[in-house]
Structure formats: structure tokens, C-alpha cells
Design a protein around this ligand. Structure first.
Ligand code: MOS
Length: 762
């Protein structure tokens, strides 16, 4: 951490004692941490049956028949479920909390290639897969909608109320455009992308009478519980969901998809515990994806770089099954203080699986395009890209005309620029070469909203000197366990290694979805509140105990440190918590806590910010891009834990490299199946693709946002990074690629006098 500045927003509280290592680090590297598919209890292991999800092989139409006879005779088969024999669910249309149109064998419609159309359950997975291949499925195919570019003219407004028009967020775009002297009008595209957490979606379900239990890899145990209760029309308390560890989610596990109720349905039919794990290729379609977007961006500025008008019109694809809007125009609404602003978001129906949240939904593609348009505008104005951004710096939220809870983006620009060495950059493309490489430098702004929801927690002080902290949250690999333990320890004045953290069980107090970068900001205040309440109960015990040195004092006279209760006015007067609790029956002291956004949340906007600088090398012959260095500084409020926090930001940046150069889901234009549905063909960066990633945070607490002063950091890292790389590629080559990902063929095809003249192959 290069900066530990005191913020003017609040007195900077003493930073909490951090857990230096991940709470769950040892469990993970020794294999003790169990993921959803790895459980073989509490049921007898031999009872576990295996389900395989069968998918449609046409993109549009309906099922005419499914001949199950051969599959049912196949060895080991316990059940074959299709829309023709599956039990009718009591609720016709499942309505999970995040509305999702599920495919749970209730009708014969086929809406995309890869849609679940049957489930085979067998005593082993190979037997289930073998039997699945023997199903004879007859379809009635109808013409599919698969040509996105050819159907852009059919783009329609989202079906939500209020969304059927452009959102004219401020001013008069025509009048303000008239005041400008420099205009930019460019179109940028981003591809379909699929989340690929290392752990695929996985579920084990078993019934105890009418009670449903599931282990499920998820970002939202209490959401799954609610969804399953609705789908099977059973009392909420009859559903128990558990997920002690999630091997990555990135938004794909924020909603519940078809395989979870299908697994529960199968378990009911065979009356055994059933495991259903998606194959890697099944991750492409049935469990959500980021839509492709086309972005027409029009910027208008005065000659000194003041933005007069910003217009951003997005057209994206949506599944014929369900609307989802990727708010790619969000950054255009609030990142700069333009005089006038107009954005629109429209959908084109496609015979593809449902689109959904993927890391930094909205802001990831939104900054990837807007921040390139800003670079193009800077060039037209012959202005430094940082200066252009400062010329329209939004001191308050221009979209809602209200203050930010905290914003220190100018410091982030400065700190990152200094560390990167931005002042030495030449604005003229193609001026720096090293051997066979053109070297380029680019920058962009990162932004993501700070979200927070109501959360509850329980904390126990134990008679052995340890403590317990629990909340019904989940750890996607982000560090939730670590900060739960650390937050409780900080409030209790304990060493953080003495706290046992428990999450990932729906019997724990309710916590929100681990999405929208909100878990830390939501649950830590609840943990802290529960710990404070437990501490008060502990003080009362001492005060009421005649044998305690603190007998008869007030709770406000006392505090705790390192396993002892001490008097604030006489810190040497202490009593050990173990001794006090031992004299009082040795029972744990337990307290609940809850926290939610304050009543004044409508009078502020909370965002995180960052400045991202990239250095790339572009090979003059192969046109391969190497991202040599990324230097970024973020304004994310207080950083709760250095190791897990900086890791989140770095992981986000790696996603930015992936967005810029690698990731793209390719759809077969005739059959509608994903062509590259494997990790060998769906390209993501490997370690060798990642150069130096150098991250700092300003660490200025945002206590108007929450008592910890900490905003979420799971998503902001991806924002801005792709644009910084894109802008660096332009600075290296003079080639502006407006279509992601920036693959060597696109650089090769783009015309630039610089590169061709200097190519050794020319
Ligand atoms: Mo995140 S894409 O909101 O899980």
C-alpha cells in the first residue's frame, strides 16, 4: 500500500488488525475445503445417484416426442425425466427472486440450442451419460433468430415499465451539441461472453420427507432457498441450502438456473440423494451469459475539452425467453459532468440462452467503449487524455444531481499517472519501438457503483477465549470468511485468528446475494453490530459479578483487548474473559446484529473510482499484443484486508485483459450452438499473458456510505482496464480497433501508415 492517507470525509479510525493470511487458505490448499459436488454426507454415500442434463440440439421449435425406452433399459438407470413424463410442478411459472425463465420440463418449447430437455438419473455418472445418448428426440423446428447484426433494425425497448423510451438524463442534447466545436461519432461493439468459474455449477439435492436439502454452488444461498420453496410450493423453512465454498461465480451463480430444481425433482422421483454437475460445455447457454452490445457514442466538446453533449445508444441481444438489460450506457450517465446527456438501451431477440449479470454488468462493456471514445476525443482536441477527463470532472453525481458520499478520483489519476510515468508518454502513435515491438501507453477511468443491502449476523463469545461469527453469506473466493473473522475480532478486541467464521448455510442469519460488489459493505456492519452487542452482554456479566474487578461499573467504562476486559480510565485493571465466563457457568454469550443502508441513502450516490494505465507491446509482424504493465489506483473507501482486497482488484484487471484481447463466445449462425464451448477454445489469459499488475488504493474511508467506510471491490477492477489496453494499442500502432476482442487479425486488417511502413515483412 503506497498511501494510507487520512481522509477529510471523517476522522480516520485506527485500521483493524488484519488477518495476514486467508481464513480459508490452508483448508483450500490442503483439499479440506469442500465444494458442492464433493459432499457425500449426511446421507449414506452408496445412496448417491447421478443426474445428467440432456440438452436440445435445435435452436427453435418444439419437442414432438422423446423415446425413452432404450435409455430406460440401459444399465444403472434409475429414471429418465422429459417434459412428457416429468411431474407437473405446483407453481406453473417459477418466479425466483431474480426473475429467471427456467427450463424445468414443464412444456415442450425449445428456445435455444442447448436448452435442458431431459434428465437421466443413474447409479453412476458414466451410466447416466451412456443412457442419455440413447434418447431418441424428435423436434419440430421453426426458423431461429440467430443473425444479430442482420436484425439490428428490429431492436425494441425492454418490456419493463419506464424503459420503453430513451432516458433523457439531463439537458437538451441538440442545444448543447450546438455549443460544441469538436464532435465524435463512433460505434463500438462488445461480444457475448460466458462466465467460466473454475468450479462449474453443481448441485446435490435430497429430500427428508417433504423437506428439501441442497448443496449448491451459488452466490446466494437464501435466494436459492426462496426460489426452491416457490418452485416446489413448500414452506420456506422446509428448504435448507448450503454452500460453504464457491469456486467462483462472477454473476453466473447469482440467480438459480434450471439444473437446481431439476436435480431436486430427480431426487424426489428416485427417492435418493442426487448429484448434478454441469459439464464445461454446459456452462455455455443454460446458466446465463453477457450479451453482445453495439454502442453508438456521440460526444461533443468545446475546444478546451469541456463536454457539452454525450449520447450513447446501445443495442444488445436478449434471449427470446426473457429480457435482461446490460446497462452499458451507465458510465455515460454519470462519469462526466457533460451539460446534456442522452442514453438509450434496446434489445434484439435471439434464440439463445438467457443473458445475465457478469462481472461489472453494465460498467465492464460500458467503460470499455466510452473510455475509448474519450481517448479518440482527446486526440481530436490534441489534449492529454487525463486532462480531458479532468475538464469534465463530475464533482457531484450529474445523473441524479446529488452529492457523492466520497470521491477522490483526481488523486487516483495523479497517483497512478505518477507511478506509471505517464508524463513521459508521447501522444504521437508509433513513436516508441523496442526490437520488433511497437510500444504504446494508454489510460482509462474505472468506475462501479457501491451497493449495500440489509444483512444479519450472529456473534458468540466462547468460554474458551475464542469467538464465533456467522452470517448467511457465501464466499466466492473473494475473502468473505477472512473479513467476517477480522471484523468480529476487531469489534471484540481479539486476535483475528481466534475467531471461527461460518457462512454458506441458510440456517444462519440472512445475508444478501454476493453480487453487485455488495457483500463486504453489507455484512461487515452486521457482524460488527452483533459483536458490539455480545460485548455489551459480556460487560454486564462482569458488572453484575461481585468477584469481578469491574463489579458495579458502567458498560461505557469498559473495553476489551487481547482476551481481557479493561477499564478505560485504568487500563491496567483487567480481567480475563475466560476467568469471568468460567465463574458464570461457562455458557457462550450470543448476540444478533443487523445493518442496512441509512435513511439518507437517497440523498447521496456512492461509487468507487479508479485510474488505469496500460503499457502494451505489439509485434510488428504477428500483430500479437502483450500487455506488459498495468498500473492502477482505486478509490474504494477503506480497504478491509490487503491480501484479499488487492487480489480482487488484480483479478478484475486480469478480466480486463481478457475482455480486451481474448474473450468471445462464438455462435454458429445456422444451429445456434456455441462453437467454442470449452476452455481451450473460449480464450482467457493464462499467467504468461499477464505482465506486471501494480495496484494501489487510496484507502480513504467513506463513512457516509457505511460505518466501516468500505465500498465493495469485486467488480471495479475489470472496468476501465480493457479501454486502457485498447488506447495503448492505438498509441503503439495508430490503429483504433472498435470491435472487442482486439485479436491480431483485426489489428492486421486495420490500416495505419505507421505499422505497415515499418514492418520487417513488408
Ligand atoms: Mo456480480 S456480476 O453482480 O455477481
Amino acid at each position: 500500500m503506497s498511501a494510507q492517507q487520512a481522509g477529510e470525509d471523517s476522522p480516520n479510525p485506527a485500521p483493524p488488525r488484519q488477518l495476514k493470511e486467508r481464513y480459508d487458505g490452508v483448508a483450500k490448499v490442503t483439499g479440506k475445503a469442500k465444494y458442492a459436488a464433493e459432499f457425500s454426507e449426511p446421507f449414506p454415500r452408496k445412496d448417491l445417484a447421478y443426474a445428467f442434463m440432456v440438452q436440445s440440439t435445435i435452436p427453435s421449435g418444439s419437442l414432438v416426442s422423446i423415446d425413452r425406452s432404450a435409455a430406460e433399459r440401459s444399465p444403472g438407470v434409475l429414471a429418465v425425466l422429459t417434459p412428457f413424463n416429468a411431474p407437473k410442478l405446483p407453481v406453473g411459472k417459477p418466479q425466483p427472486p431474480a426473475p429467471r425463465t427456467l427450463s424445468v420440463l414443464q412444456n415442450t418449447d425449445v428456445n435455444y440450442n442447448g436448452q435442458p430437455v431431459a434428465v437421466v438419473v443413474a447409479a453412476s455418472l458414466p451410466e447416466a451419460i451412456h443412457a442419455a445418448r440413447q434418447l431418441r428426440i424428435k423436434y419440430n423446428q421453426t426458423p431461429p433468430k440467430l443473425d444479430f447484426k442482420g436484425r439490428l433494425g428490429e431492436a425494441r425497448w425492454p418490456k419493463q415499465p419506464g424503459k420503453e423510451q430513451p432516458s433523457d438524463t439531463r439537458g437538451n442534447i441538440g442545444i448543447s451539441r450546438g455549443k460544441a466545436t469538436v464532435h465524435l461519432d463512433c460505434t463500438y461493439t462488445t461480444p457475448i461472453q460466458n462466465h467460466n468459474p473454475m468450479e462449474p455449477h453443481a448441485t446435490i439435492a435430497w429430500w427428508e420427507g417433504e423437506k428439501l436439502n441442497v448443496y449448491n454452488s451459488t452466490q446466494y444461498i437464501s435466494g436459492d432457498k426462496q426460489s426452491l420453496a416457490r418452485i416446489f410450493n413448500i414452506p420456506l423453512d422446509d428448504v435448507h441450502t448450503q454452500c460453504p465454498y464457491t469456486g467462483g461465480g462472477f454473476g453466473s451463480k447469482g440467480s438459480m438456473w434450471s439444473h437446481v430444481p431439476l436435480c431436486a425433482m430427480a431426487a424426489k422421483i428416485v427417492n435418493r440423494p442426487v448429484k448434478l454437475v454441469l459439464e464445461r460445455d454446459q456452462m455455455f447457454g443454460p446458466v446465463g451469459q453477457r450479451p453482445t452490445t453495439v454502442n453508438k457514442i456521440q460526444l461533443a466538446a468545446t475546444s478546451d475539452g469541456k463536454l457539452m453533449a454525450m449520447q450513447h445508444d446501445v443495442v444488445m441481444h436478449a434471449s427470446v425467453m426473457e429480457d435482461f438489460t446490460e446497462h452499458a450506457a451507465s458510465p455515460t450517465k454519470s462519469l462526466y459532468a457533460s451539460e446534456a446527456n442522452l442514453v438509450s438501451e434496446k434489445l434484439v431477440d435471439m434464440n439463445l440462452g438467457v443473458t445475465t449479470f457478469m462481472r461489472a454488468p453494465g460498467e465492464a462493456p460500458g467503460t470499455a467503449v466510452l473510455e475509448v471514445a474519450m481517448d479518440e476525443l482527446a486526440e481530436k482536441l490534441k489534449m492529454d487524455p487525463v486532462q480531458l477527463r479532468l475538464a469534465s470532472y463530475a464533482e457531484k453525481d450529474p445523473s441524479h444531481d446529488r452529492p457523492w458520499t466520497s470521491k477522490h478520483l483526481t488523486e487516483a489519476y495523479k497517483q497512478a499517472a505518477d507511478r506509471f510515468g505517464w508524463s513521459k508518454r508521447s501522444a504521437q502513435p508509433g513513436t516508441v519501438t523496442e526490437g520488433n515491438d511497437f510500444i504504446g501507453y494508454g489510460m482509462a477511468t474505472a468506475t462501479y457503483p457501491a451497493n449495500r443491502s440489509a444483512a444479519q449476523a450472529v456473534v458468540r463469545i466462547l468460554p474458551n477465549g475464542r469467538a464465533f461469527a456467522g452470517t448467511g453469506s457465501q464466499d466466492l473466493g473473494t475473502g468473505t470468511y477472512t473479513i467476517v473473522a477480522q471484523t468480529a475480532a476487531d469489534a471484540l478486541g481479539m486476535d483475528p485468528t481466534l475467531v471461527d467464521a461460518r457462512i454458506g448455510d441458510s440456517t444462519l442469519p440472512k445475508a444478501p446475494v454476493s453480487g453487485g460488489s455488495q457483500s463486504a459493505a453489507s455484512i461487515c456492519p452486521a457482524i460488527r453490530e452483533a459483536a458490539m452487542q455480545a460485548k455489551l452482554k459480556l460487560f454486564e456479566l462482569a458488572i453484575n459479578d461481585p468477584q469481578s474487578p469491574h463489579h458495579g461499573l458502567k458498560t461505557t467504562d469498559l473495553d476489551t483487548r487481547d482476551g481481557k476486559i479493561f477499564q478505560k480510565s485504568r487500563p491496567s485493571h483487567t480481567e480475563s474473559i475466560i476467568a469471568l465466563m468460567g465463574r458464570n457457568g461457562g455458557k457462550p454469550i450470543e448476540a444478533n446484529g443487523s445493518a442496512e443502508p441509512g435513511e439518507d441513502k437517497e440523498s447521496y450516490t456512492s461509487h468507487s473510482w479508479g485510474a488505469v494505465f496500460a503499457e502494451v507491446a505489439v509485434d510488428r509482424d504477428t500483430h500479437m499484443v502483450k500487455v506488459r504493465r498495468i498500473v492502477a489506483t482505486y478509490d474504494i473507501g477503506s480497504l478491509i484486508n490487503n491480501k484479499t482486497g488487492l487480489n480482487q482488484l488484480m483479478g478484475g484487471i486480469v478480466w480486463g485483459v481478457s475482455f480486451a484481447l481474448h474473450e468471445e463466445t462464438l455462435i454458429d449462425p445456422v444451429y445456434g450452438r456455441t462453437v467454442n464451448e470449452s476452455l481451450s477454445e473460449y480464450h482467457v489469459p493464462t499467467n504468461a499473458d499477464i505482465g506486471v499488475v501494480d495496484v494501489t488504493v487510496l484507502n480513504i474511508p467513506d463513512t457516509k456510505f457505511n460505518p466501516l467506510g468500505a465500498r465493495g471491490i469485486g467488480e471495479i477492477g475489470i472496468t476501465g482496464a480493457a479501454a486502457a489496453i485498447n488506447n495503448a494499442i492505438y498509441n503503439a500502432t495508430g490503429k483504433r480497433i472498435r470491435d472487442y476482442p482486439i485479436t491480431p487479425d483485426k489489428i492486421m486488417e486495420a490500416k495505419s501508415s505507421i505499422m505497415e511502413e515499418k514492418s520487417s515483412l513488408a
